[in-house]
Design a protein around this ligand. Structure first.
Ligand code: PLP
Length: 475
């Protein structure tokens, strides 16, 4: 029988000492037999076998074969304080001992959820005095969709239900999250997007800014929002949603002119602004929330990932006064929520995670030390013969692999998509001791925020050697 009675792994303690004691083949066999992974070609994975991750410490991970890698992606953009923080495990353990679960429905609450709500209000921009908890970022964006429509209904504008988003945006994998997102591959499966969601272009200077300065292009990309509002009819548009810096869409760092212009357009038509801060929140850009860096004042902010550094699932929406006051004063029951909204253990993990971010001044370090250092070092990668364009913001960065470089980035000659050069480069990463992601031919990183300048040097060295190997492969 495939149902195992065998012990697949050594005990947790032994595992800590010697990752090699894992039986990789046995785990892979069971994995293929029973586990359908997210965003995965199941057949392909079954043929290749999954990589089995067994341990993390700081910015490093180990697999079941004992291979150590530098995690340039913070797990999945989330392990902001790094792996192996025993004070978070301790906070989780203590909360589990006292009250592992209770719900927040039916006029009940729990202490960590209340404390976390107050803490989130303290660290977020002044318009936020309320939070709605969910279990993930996707659920947070589902909540946004229902909340903004409810807001307009309560004000008597029952036609105002359309939400405008952007192509290539990632807002999650639930039906509403994937619809709000602009990923063609997701929309092609399951009849998405659902009605009432529209998409405009992303502010991708490298791809779409030919013939313009960055500043000009920022204004132009924002003007696509106004065009869409006029096309749909301003009286029908409820909200605009965007990530301050688009993450999964390829680390698209907008020109400085973009977000202030988006804010101006939203204000002009009275449209709610939703910042999806699932990646940018909790210090990624060197501010607690990306909106602060971009100079915008969103009405709603989605968060997840970095709120617990991924140690326990938790997400939610910061609800600004404009929306909260209407929901509270006019709303009656809001018929929406999750079993795990305000989960006491997740909230305890988040409180300890935020304490670490504050006490170690990690966000300030990203702003003044590691972020600027990464920018400087990433610029040196731009001199590599394969790199046509490289940019960074805080501790998120990307570089475009090109066939022929040019002084003017828009004159670079791109590789044919079928060559899959990004995937070739990514193929060298793990073997070389580094995790980096490829979005087409753009290679992206988002390392843990606790990374030091010495470790940035190490990471840049690893990336450079992967680029060298990719170049050699192509010649
Ligand atoms: N929004 C953004 C910007 C994201 O990057 C993600 C996940 O990567 C989500 C939402 C969805 O979050 P989750 O996977 O926790 O549902």
């Amino acid at each position: 029988s495939l149902k195992p009675s065998i012990t697949l792994v050594a005990s947790a303690n032994e595992a800590k000492q010697a990752a090699q004691t894992f039986d990789t083949k046995a785990i892979q066999k069971l994995d293929s037999a029973h586990y359908l992974h997210p965003f995965t070609d199941f057949k392909d994975l079954n043929e290749k076998g999954a990589r089995v991750m067994v341990k993390g410490d700081g910015i490093y991970l180990w697999d079941s074969e004992g291979k150590k890698v530098l995690d340039g992606m913070s797990g999945l953009w989330c392990v902001n304080v790094g792996y192996g923080r025993s004070s978070i495990s301790e906070a989780v353990y203590q909360q589990m001992e006292v009250l592992p679960f209770y719900n927040s429905f039916f006029n009940t609450t729990n202490v960590p959820a209340v404390q976390l709500a107050a803490k989130l209000v303290e660290i977020s921009p002044p318009q936020f005095n309320h939070v709605f908890f969910t279990g993930s970022g996707s659920e947070g964006n589902d909540t946004n969709l229902r909340m903004v429509r409810r807001y307009w209904d309560l004000l008597g504008y029952t036609d105002r239900h359309v939400i405008i988003s952007r192509h290539n945006a990632y807002h999650g994998s639930t039906v509403a999250g994937a619809s709000l997102g602009g990923m063609g591959g997701m929309h092609a499966q399951g009849g998405l997007p659902i009605p009432g969601i529209e998409h405009i272009g992303q502010p991708n200077y490298f791809e779409a800014g030919r013939g313009k300065t960055e500043a000009e292009f920022g204004i132009e990309a924002a003007s696509w929002l106004e065009q869409k509002i006029l096309e749909v009819g301003p009286e029908k548009v409820a909200a605009f949603i965007g990530e301050p810096v688009q993450g999964a869409g390829g680390v698209i760092i907008p020109p400085a002119t973009y977000w202030p212009e988006i804010q101006r357009i939203c204000d002009k038509y009275g449209i709610l602004l939703i910042a999806d801060e699932v990646i940018c929140g909790f210090g990624r850009l060197g501010t607690w929330f990306g909106s602060e860096l971009m100079g915008i004042k969103p009405d709603l902010m989605t968060f997840a990932k970095g709120v617990t550094s991924g140690y326990i699932p938790l997400g939610g929406v910061m609800v600004g006064d404009r929306v909260a006051n209407v929901l509270i004063e006019k709303g009656g029951d809001f018929n929406h929520g999750f079993t795990y909204s305000g989960h006491p253990v997740a909230c305890a993990a988040a409180l300890e995670n935020i304490r670490i971010l504050q006490d170690e001044k990690i966000v300030e370090k990203v702003a003044t030390e590691t972020g600027p250092y990464l920018k400087q070092q990433f610029a040196t990668l731009a001199t590599h013969p394969l790199v046509g364009f490289a940019d960074s913001c805080g501790l998120v960065a990307g570089l475009n692999l090109v066939k022929e470089k040019a002084e003017l980035v828009h004159n670079c000659v791109l590789f044919d998509a079928e060559q899959n050069v990004g995937m070739i480069c990514r193929g060298y990463m793990f073997g070389n001791g580094m995790i980096m992601r490829a979005v087409g031919d753009r290679m992206i990183i988002a390392p843990p925020l606790c990374i030091s300048v010495q470790q940035i040097d190490e990471m840049i060295g690893l990336i450079r050697s992967c680029l060298d190997k990719t170049l050699a492969d192509l010649q």
